[in-house]
Design a protein around this ligand. Structure first.
Ligand code: SF4
Length: 364
């Protein structure tokens, strides 16, 4: 069935849906630190933190971040490194650097006041249609729709949309649905939050609780018994295995650290010298690895013992990280990355990626 064949709900359906969702939300709304807040700066910070991250993971970061950067001005004048330090462990670090860049744009273009039109909000670095919709509806009571993981699933099920909603046609239809269900501007923000809560608490991905859902009689998937088949599964990403090696190199009381430049993974963060270890059929190519470390850090290194191993998944990569003790030989030559020798105490001040921090806390 093509999206155009799926009718959007009529006025009677919409009235019943809005009434039931809002009355369910009054009793069941999640208690979250950013709920009830209408300051656009705070709404913006929470929405950026929540992108691809769970509410449980964000809660602690949200308070700490706002204590250090309580307003646009303080964020705009902070250094990239400091903002990254407060973001450390939350992942998707580009969000933090773009947040700071957007704060600078707000200061230079809008006199330090958060813009209040959808178009201006959308033009800020790091803000897409969903985030602009959330900020404008929650902070400014504008009738702007949102569509994120929870509401994509909810709307797809309400409509019994049979195809992959990530495809262009499905995405277009679900945005239309998100817009048409919204009530008046004054309650649009509350309604958007109610839809996200309904999606995350009742219409969950693995076990939709239709028996206790306030909109069960309005849901086409529940009527047809299709709730477990919708949304259609995305084609599985090809998972690639990678092996990386990080080096703990100590000289006196200091450790060699390198900083990722702009345009690469973990831009702006510090790390122990690290590179992928190519596996040439049956054995690892440590010679090529050492050449790469020399190119990045300017140091020729000699590897000693392996002292730890971590496994983690980043986007489509399943990474095994081997940690070795190593030594440098000779003088430093030109390096592609910034490097410095850092004492144990100063390591706690640097913004590190997650595994870099694990090495500090678990090994050093
Ligand atoms: Fe989701 Fe079931 Fe409610 Fe439909 S009835 S919206 S499938 S929980």
């Amino acid at each position: 069935m093509e999206p155009d064949d799926l009718p959007l709900p009529n006025a009677k359906w919409l009235r019943a849906f809005r009434r039931r969702v809002l009355s369910w939300y009054e009793k069941h709304a999640r208690v979250l630190p950013w709920r009830g807040i209408v300051d656009p700066y705070r709404v913006w910070v929470s929405e950026i933190m929540l992108q691809q991250t769970t509410t449980a993971a964000v809660e602690g970061y949200y308070h700490r971040f706002l204590e250090r950067f309580p307003d646009i001005q303080s964020l705009a004048t902070a250094s990239d490194s400091e903002v990254l330090r407060y973001w450390e462990g939350l992942g998707y670090y580009r969000r933090a650097t773009q947040l700071r860049r957007a704060a600078q744009v707000i200061v230079s273009k809008h006199g330090g006041t958060f813009p209040n039109t959808f178009k201006e909000v959308l033009s800020l670095p790091g803000i897409g249609r969903y985030t602009a919709g959330a900020i404008c509806s929650i902070a400014y009571h504008q009738r702007t729709p949102i569509l994120e993981a929870n509401t994509i699933r909810l709307h797809a099920r309400l409509l019994a949309y049979p195809d992959d909603p990530a495809k262009a046609a499905g995405y277009k239809l679900l945005w239309q649905m998100a817009e048409c269900v919204l009530p008046t501007a004054s309650s649009a923000g509350q309604f958007n939050q109610a839809l996200m809560d309904l999606g995350s608490m009742v219409c969950t991905s693995k076990s939709p609780n239709c028996a206790n859902c306030p909109v069960v009689t309005l849901c086409r998937s529940a009527q047809k018994g299709l709730q477990h088949l919708i949304p259609a599964l995305k084609t599985e990403k090809n998972i690639e295995k990678r092996t990386e090696v990080a080096l703990v190199i100590k000289k006196g009381e200091k450790y060699l650290m390198m900083r990722y430049p702009h345009g690469v993974r973990w831009a702006g963060l510090w790390d122990f010298p690290r590179h992928e270890l190519n596996n040439d059929v049956a054995r690892y190519d440590f010679e090529e690895y050492c050449d790469n470390i020399k190119r990045l850090t300017g140091y020729h290194v000699v590897l000693h013992d392996q002292i730890a191993e971590f496994r983690h998944v980043v986007t489509r990569y399943k990474i095994t990280l081997k940690v070795f003790v190593a030594k440098t030989t000779g003088r430093k030559i030109f390096s592609e990355y910034q490097t410095k020798w850092v004492s144990r105490q100063d390591l706690s001040e640097l913004a590190l990626n997650t595994t870099g921090r694990k090495i500090v806390e678990g090994i050093i």
